[in-house]
Every structure is written in C-alpha cells, then in structure tokens.
Design a binder for this molecule. Sequence first.
Ligand code: ZN
Length: 349
Amino acid sequence: MAAPRGHALVYRVLAECPITKARACELTLPHGPVKTPVFMPVGTQGTMKGITADQLRDLGCEICLGNTYHLGMRPGPEVMKKVNGLHGFMNWDRNLLTLLFPVKCNMATWCTGRPPPPHPPPEISIRWLDRCLAANKHPEKQNLFAIIQGGLDAQLRKKCLEEMTKRNVPGFAIGGLSGGEEKDHFWKMVTLSTDHLPRDKPRYLMGVGYATDLVVCVALGCDMFDCVFPTRTARFGSALVPWGSLQIKSKQFAKDFQPIDKDCKCPTCQRYTRAYIHALFKSDTAGMHHITVHNIAYQLNLMRSVRESILKGHFPQFIQDFMKIMYGTKDKYPKWAVDALETVNITLN
Ligand SMILES: [Zn+2]
C-alpha cells in the first residue's frame, strides 16, 4: 500500500468506540504493520534491559523504542553505520521509534523531532519541527512526528496544536506530560490535545506506561505509548499483574509455587514459580530477566485486550472490569481516573 503524500506510513482507523474517544487502528510502516492501541517497550543504548530482541519478537512486539539520544554518544554514529544502523545493532527487524534531535534526523528509520528537555515553549518546538522537517532526507523511509508541547498551560498547548496541525506530518506526539505532574492536570492536557488532533493520524502519548494510565488515555483518544516503567520495575523485583503488582523479593513468595499470574501465557509464567524467581533474586540476574519478560508480556497483552474490546464494541465494559480487578472496590478507584472517564461518558460502577 502506498503511503500518502510521500510519508512512510499509512494509518487506518478500523473501529471507533461509540461512547469514548478510543480507536483501534492499523499503522503500516516500512518494517511491518503495527496494531494500535500499542505499548512500545523502551531500549536505551541499543539494548532492551533484561530481554533480548528474539524474546520481544516472540512476545508479539511489533514496535519498540530506541533512545538515540544515548545512541548518539554510545555506541556512536560510526559504529551504527557499520552495523546497518540501529536495526542491525539491535538485531531487530521490526519497527523502531527513535527520538532524535533535528540535526540527527537522518540516522534511523523512524524518527521524532524531540526537543531537548525540559519543556520548551511552543515557538521553540515549532521552530524545531520546521528544522527537522527540512532536515529529513528520507521522508519515504522515516516518519517525523510533531511533538505537542506546552506543559500544563492550556493556552500554550492550544497554540502549539494550532501551529503543528498545519504542518504536513504523518503523526503527532503529546509531550511534556510524564514529569510527575498532578494526575488531574495530566489527563486534562491529554484530552485537550486529542480534541484538537486530526482523526486520521496516530497520536503518541510519550512516557506513559502504568496500566490505569494506559486504559484511561486510550479512552481519551491516544494510540501509542512508551515507558521504561515495566522493565525498570522488573529489575526491582516487581511483577505486574491485573490486580496490581507482586514484590517477588518479599518473603511471602519464598514458598509460593504458583506462577506470577496463572492466566498469563508468557514464557516465565509457563515455566517458573514465584518461589523459584524469588530464590534467583538472591544470587543471580536471571530473576530480573524472567520478570522483565513477564512485565513486557503483561503490557502487550493489556493493549491487545484493549484493542480487541474496541473492535468488538465492548470497550466501556472492558474499563469497568479492568478497574474492578485492579482496585477491588469503587472507593479505591483513583479520583483522577473517575473524573477523566466521566468526560468520555463512562461512569464507573
Ligand atoms: Zn507471565
């Protein structure tokens, strides 16, 4: 299928939730299709901590994120050229999303014009975007996303949205919102952004990865997410489960011979018990590795279930069930999530 207007991607909206702003789409990229909503695991310096490229592929991961800000320094552009770019370096033949500075835009397959932190004012972001668009020598192979900035200021964000949606870019990232701001401010900026973004282009919410945040932000109209959280928390022994997390290092698991989650089909849950992984943590890095595999599987499966429910028209019910399993009773639901979902016509019961 040919990409429109010289872009390297085709985006098709397959289903829209009739109640919320959620959508299920398919993104066609040079390295294969990506089904959204999607969670993208994050690698830094060309490696995914605690998991191999083969394992990611086996878990059904269609796209992951490579942090080129680090790659610019280590292993360095010369090495990258020799090994056929980041794909060759990581031995990853599927899609890669990379965050680049404008001047380095021609380095990898997929790129986002990411301005240096912290959060630049819209004028600077817009100028960066224009420089980045001008520097992209391979628009047929590389997709440049515009990053909507503006922090928590609704006026600044609107200005950024207004300017950036005038540019011919294949997709939009919502940036500047994963810095530990109040959740109440966070979701309002997310929904304001999706309200002003075009329907036919992907919306990538940067740096978001907690299960509840993912489900709520899909309801608010976001399609793509990335976060180091599932792999980072695995290294501390925390295994993600539908009812929260298990601290596998804790003594209570020393003689627990169940898998992390009996309903999980990942290689870790098929092979190992909580007690075994608990014991590994004392002497070995293999414990971290097994939990990392499970946590990535958990994120990918969560997004698959979300997508399935949108396609079948059951997404509002999915959210009700998700919240009940995650928090137990309504009094434990986070208020921000209840409020955010109200604005997209879901009253949690
Ligand atoms: Zn598992």
